[in-house]
Design a protein around this ligand. Structure first.
Ligand code: SF4
Ligand code: SF4
Length: 107
């Protein structure tokens, strides 16, 4: 069974590094994505206070970096995430990590 991807998007800064890391790894063009950042908001939470959420979502092009993981490496997006908020592995290993935070789990 292929690995799952877990993203604690409470810590995602919206830096797009995961998108670029995937494009480099997979030889994709600038408009082709294995993972795509989604922006939620801005939502106004108080006067002059706005809130954004960023949630990276793998696309159909994502194969969970099966070649890399079979040779013991992390997926490229996980390795290069600037915030260290991406995790990859078997589903059973990732579920216990979902304690504090805002998680998106992709199987
Ligand atoms: S796991 Fe690999 S293929 Fe999937 S989004 Fe991350 S870098 Fe791209
Ligand atoms: S590299 Fe990490 S912090 Fe940057 S957009 Fe992707 S998930 Fe968010």
């Amino acid at each position: 069974m292929r690995n799952a991807l877990l993203i604690n998007y409470a810590y995602c800064t919206g830096c797009h590094t995961c998108e670029v890391a995937c494009q480099k790894e997979k030889g994709l063009g600038p408009e082709q994505f294995g993972i795509k950042l989604t922006q939620i908001g801005p939502d106004q939470i108080e006067e002059r206070k706005w809130q954004y959420e960023f949630v990276p979502v793998p696309t159909d092009r994502c194969d969970r970096c099966v070649e890399r993981t079979e040779s013991g490496k992390q997926p490229s997006c996980v390795k290069h995430c600037q915030a260290g908020c991406m995790y990859a592995g078997p589903l059973n290993d990732l579920v216990p990590l979902m304690a504090d935070g805002k998680y998106a789990l992709f199987t």
